[in-house]
Design a protein around this ligand. Structure first.
Ligand SMILES: [Ca+2]
Ligand SMILES: [Ca+2]
Length: 215
């Protein structure tokens, strides 16, 4: 019995093909029987990475346990026995990889850029493939601008800053009010002075005709 196509490519882990068998003799006597062929999944697919190379960045000084990124590999076999994928990394004490493909920091990463290691995906039957993992370690200088911006944005998040700002605002308002008051008093005194001068001038005018009449 020979198959005419790839039975393993069917999207079922186990399925059955029903056949009818017949046999005849030289006298044309025959008999028939049924044959069920149960197709099970063979481990004929190798895990495949979604990318030939993965590149991630990491800030120097990051704490152990930091998740750096994730690699993804899939296996086209249909049964869990044959499509279960696990990961390993080539020798390194700085990174590790968990069952989900997450790259985890396990040691102090230096600025010896870039870290390049081989990541392997292997199924339960021992079929495997590899990809390249590159990790670029950056200084935190690139984050300084963001840090400064955050500090500015958070000016009013500190109680002492609010107190200083309120005092400065109140002092400015007080000075403005005092200047307005002094200006008002100055204008008022100036008006009173003009009034007094005008009054003196009128009195002088009234006295002048009388003095002329007595002479
Ligand atoms: Ca497989
Ligand atoms: Ca298969």
């Amino acid at each position: 019995m020979v198959t005419a196509f790839d039975l393993d490519s069917q999207p079922l882990s186990i399925y059955t093909i029903g056949c009818t068998l017949t046999c005849t003799d030289s006298g044309s006597l025959l008999d028939a029987s049924s044959l069920n062929v149960i197709i099970t999944d063979a481990n004929d697919n190798t895990p495949q990475f979604s990318q030939a190379m993965y590149s991630f960045t990491l800030t120097v000084g990051s704490t152990v346990g930091t998740r750096i990124g994730q690699v993804i590999a899939t296996d086209r076999d249909v049964s869990s026995n044959n499509n279960h994928v696990s990961f390993t990394l080539s020798s390194t004490t700085v990174f590790n990889i968990d069952s989900g493909g997450n790259i985890i920091l396990t040691g102090a990463a230096s600025l010896a850029n870039p870290y390049i290691v081989t990541v392997t995906a292997i199924d339960s039957g021992g079929l495997s493939s590899t990809s390249i993992l590159q990790v670029l370690v950056l200084t935190n200088t690139a984050n300084s601008a963001t840090t400064t911006e955050s500090a500015n944005d958070g000016f009013f998040s500190y109680t002492e800053n609010i107190a200083w700002f309120s005092c400065a605002l109140a002092l400015g308002a007080g000075m403005f009010g005092l200047m307005g008051y002094l200006l008002y008093r100055y204008c008022k005194m100036k008006a009173v002075g003009r009034f007094v001068l005008q009054l003196k001038h009128r009195c002088k005018l009234r006295v002048t005709p009388g003095e002329g009449g007595t002479t």
